[in-house]
Design a binder for this molecule. Structure first.
Ligand SMILES: NC(=O)c1ccc[n+]([C@@H]2O[C@H](COP(=O)([O-])OP(=O)(O)OC[C@H]3O[C@@H](n4cnc5c(N)ncnc54)[C@H](O)[C@@H]3O)[C@@H](O)[C@H]2O)c1
Length: 302
């Protein structure tokens, strides 16, 4: 299969590494020619983790081409994974640029985090071929892909897209309706608001709240979702038993949840409490994260 990757930044490079590792032909596009070297470096760096996940072509650049011509990248591609900047006008311009070069049966999958499918569809004269397929960073490792179509979507396209990602070892979820931020980012946003609220109230520092998550609920969340976990907590009584036991407490905690504005004050507060990491520290932390994600995934699939 031939795949075009449009936009070769954080997300595009990661998609490239995965598609190449799976043995697909990948034609990447970016208006910035320096991205070619970055992708090549990313593919090589991600080889150990992708190989550990069972991708026999991990690290291979034999099937890789790069261009600064978007229309050329999509010629002959069955799938187009668009990861251009989060800017509607720019994405629409890109779609107009590629539409006449697209194979009549090809699918365009947008990685957008926050734009709606309706907005993206206005960039095409044939809106039936575009879907949202939102990954969770880094897409070459994290299994989740949130897939969204609507009444304009070609018949079977959602199912074919779910099957495509499943074939890559992903866990695609179909969104039945459009909501800002899809699901995963909304959940992160709600949690982060409470993190900032608690820190601003002086309950604990931002670093300690990170420890709370990484050493408490976060460990369980990698195994099961909250409904399953709460159900387990009440044993044979299941979720209903959990509701009888802790439902009223949850209601109180919901009422006590805080609201935070991401204004100058909050930004100052974050800056005072949390120092950023330098380039080397970031690289080491990402490598550690990816190594552990990979180990967890392998244990889960076992
Ligand atoms: N970063 C994340 O955590 C994340 C996660 C999931 C989804 N997304 C989505 O993925 C998409 C890309 O995000 P990113 O974080 O990779 O951004 P990025 O800024 O890292 O990369 C964007 C790339 O697009 C290129 N570009 C500029 N103009 C372009 C054009 N006209 N056509 C094609 N490419 C162009 C840039 O040169 C750059 O290489 C966005 O829609 C974003 O919402 C991001």
């Amino acid at each position: 299969m031939n795949i075009a990757v449009l936009g070769s930044g954080t997300i595009g490079q990661s998609w490239c590494a995965l598609f190449l590792a799976a043995g697909y032909e990948v034609f990447a596009y970016d208006p910035d020619p320096s991205r070619e070297l970055e992708i090549r470096g990313f593919v090589i760096d991600s080889e150990p983790t992708l190989r550990a996940l069972g991708f026999s072509h991990a690290g291979s650049l034999t099937n890789f081409c790069f261009t600064t011509d978007a229309a050329k990248a999509v010629e002959g591609a069955q799938v187009v994974q668009e990861s251009a900047p989060e800017n509607l006008v720019l994405k629409q311009q890109l779609y107009r640029l590629i539409e006449s070069a697209l194979d009549p049966k090809s699918t365009v999958l947008s990685s957008t985090s926050g734009l709606t499918l309706e907005m993206l569809q206005t960039g095409f004269s044939d809106p039936s071929r575009i879907l949202i397929a939102h990954p969770f960073n880094p897409p070459h490792l994290i299994p989740l892909v949130e897939v969204l179509g609507n009444e304009l979507t070609a018949p079977d396209l959602i199912q074919r897209t779910l099957t495509f990602y499943e074939g890559l070892g992903k866990v695609p979820i179909e969104l039945k309706k459009s909501v800002p931020g899809h699901i995963a980012n909304r959940l992160q946003a709600v949690l982060w608001q409470e993190v900032l609220h608690l820190a601003r109230e002086g309950v604990a520092s931002l670093s300690d709240i990170d420890k709370v998550i990484a050493n408490g609920p976060g460990l369980r969340w990698a195994i099961y979702g909250p409904n399953q976990l709460f159900s387990l907590a009440a044993g044979a009584k299941g979720l209903e038993g959990f509701l009888d036991h802790l439902g009223p407490s949850f209601q109180d905690w919901w009422s006590a949840a805080g609201h935070v504005e991401l204004d100058a004050d909050t930004r100052q507060f974050i800056k005072r409490q949390y120092s950023s990491f330098d380039e080397n520290e970031c690289r080491a932390m990402k490598a550690y994260r990816d190594h552990l994600i990979c180990r967890i995934l392998n244990e889960k699939n076992f």
